[in-house]
Design a protein around this ligand. Structure first.
Ligand code: UDP
Length: 455
């Protein structure tokens, strides 16, 4: 923050950017990080946001915030699954954005708006930006590998791999190695056609945009990027890891408990467990996880989000026997400062749902993973983690306590785990280099800025 404050004082802002994330935590965080990066390069920033999951402006004193009201109550928004919510808002918000955009563009300021940067699944924003003659860049908060899969949906539907059938789960998809049918990023919805329509819209409007930004690294995704550059007609800017541009900001006092606890643990001994901000577990899954951790005999730091276990508020399902078994060896918290946790020397492994932010944060810290994906591109990420980047163990479909115990012990204490940790550290070094002068992300950021300024 201090570096940012200094740049704010020193720099006369040249152009303004409007950044519009979808209202989901895993999409808001990277958009705000991108805002910080572009702010440090001299742009003024306006964050467009909805009522639902709206960011707290007091945390970001250098940015302006502008509400695009979605016209849904908090209750309506939070009772819908994320994909249905985004599909609905894509239908509802075009006119509202149009009105707000003409207001913002007509303001007479010394930092005129240069471009809109919208989340890739805000499909409606392309038409609105075109009508306002405003260049639209796109932030896709996952990676190139999974984007190629989304781009292949017409082929996957035509060849019958999708909708996914139980009888074909273990089949390889030869067009997308090393993915199996069970790894395809299908999302179960009341109306599956809404999902396919949303994805088709995303691909179409990315192709109509002025450029595609990823929080990923050229080094990590070389092959996928070669294909993406053949398939998509727009410039691609791979400028990640976003979170490594600045030192981590200080976390709320309550989440410091995790760090204080980690300070008491031996190097590389702790398995950190978190399934992100959205995944919900059944009671059986929750108890298998608990006993897998208990039986592994390894120290663990486990994030259990309140409400993330069906029919339960927080930890009341955990039997006394479990608590007795893990006393002094396990720490359970409601939220952890994940980037600081992964950077802590005591953390030797990350058992994750493989959301892209978590996966990339782990790769960037050289922390090997146990993959426990549940939906969407988490399944693609998990396959790449285990079979391509080779920085983790995939739990596949065996998620009972015995399989969990075995995976934890393999990762944390066996020779196979040592080899996986060696590979993870090699990736960390490569990715660290990409942000240095001359590195791939460094160069892509320069091109992005030139591209925005030349629109
Ligand atoms: N996160 C965190 N503390 C937690 C849980 C999650 O800081 O206790 C952050 C994590 O670092 C990541 C984001 O929340 O940046 C989760 O995003 P991801 O794409 O991994 O998963 P999603 O929540 O979108 O499924």
């Amino acid at each position: 923050m201090d570096a940012l404050r200094e740049s704010h004082i020193q720099q006369k802002k040249m152009r303004r950017l409007l950044l519009f994330p979808t209202p989901l935590q895993g999409h808001i965080n990277p958009m705000i990080q991108l805002a910080h990066i572009l702010y440090s390069k001299g742009f003024s920033i306006t964050i467009l946001h909805n009522n639902f999951n709206s960011p707290d402006p007091s945390k970001y004193p250098f940015f302006t915030f502008h509400l695009i009201p979605e016209g849904l109550s908090e209750k309506e928004s939070s009772s819908m699954d994320a994909t249905s919510l985004i599909a609905l808002l894509n239908e509802k918000l075009a006119e509202t954005l149009q009105d707000h955009l003409s207001m913002l563009l007509s303001e007479n300021t010394d930092d005129p708006v240069a471009a809109l940067i919208a989340d890739a699944s805000w499909n409606f924003t392309q038409g609105v930006a075109d009508a306002a003659k405003l260049p639209r860049f796109v932030l896709r908060t996952s990676n190139a590998c999974s984007f190629l899969v989304y781009n292949s949906f017409p082929l996957l539907l035509e060849k019958g791999y999708m909708p996914v059938k139980e009888s074909r789960l273990e089949e390889l998809v030869p067009e997308l190695p090393p993915l199996k049918v069970k790894d395809l990023p299908e999302i179960k919805m009341k109306k599956p056609e809404d999902f396919f329509y949303l994805v088709a819209g995303m691909i179409r409007t990315v192709n109509a945009s002025s450029g595609l930004i990823w929080n990923s690294s050229e080094d990590l995704e070389q092959d996928a990027l070669i294909k993406c550059r053949q398939v998509f007609n727009v410039p691609i800017f791979n400028i990640g890891p976003f979170h490594n541009y600045f030192p981590p900001s200080s976390s709320p006092a309550e989440s410091q408990d995790s760090i204080s606890w980690l300070d008491t643990q031996a190097p590389n001994s702790v398995i950190y467990v978190s399934f992100g901000t959205m995944a919900v577990l059944t009671q059986t899954e929750f108890l298998e996880i608990a006993y897998g951790l208990a039986n592994s005999q390894q120290p663990f730091l486990w994030v259990v989000r309140p409400g993330s276990v069906q029919g339960s508020e927080w930890l009341e399902l955990l039997p006394d026997e479990f608590l007795e078994k893990v006393r002094g060896r396990g720490e359970i918290v409601k939220w952890a400062p994940q980037q600081a946790v992964l950077a802590h020397p005591a953390v030797g492994g990350f058992w994750t749902h493989c959301g892209w932010n978590s996966t990339f944060e782990s790769i960037c810290e050289g922390v090997p993973m146990i993959c426990h994906p549940s939906f969407g591109d988490q399944k693609v990420n998990a396959r790449y983690v285990s079979d391509v980047w080779r920085v983790g163990i995939h739990l596949e479909d065996k998620r009972d306590r015995a399989a969990i115990e075995k995976a934890i012990r393999t990762l944390m204490v066996e020779d196979e785990g040592v080899e996986i940790r060696r590979k993870s550290l090699a990736w960390k070094e490569k990715i660290d280099g990409s942000l240095k002068q001359g590195g791939s992300s460094y160069q892509c950021l320069d091109s992005l800025i030139s591209s925005i300024l030349s629109c």
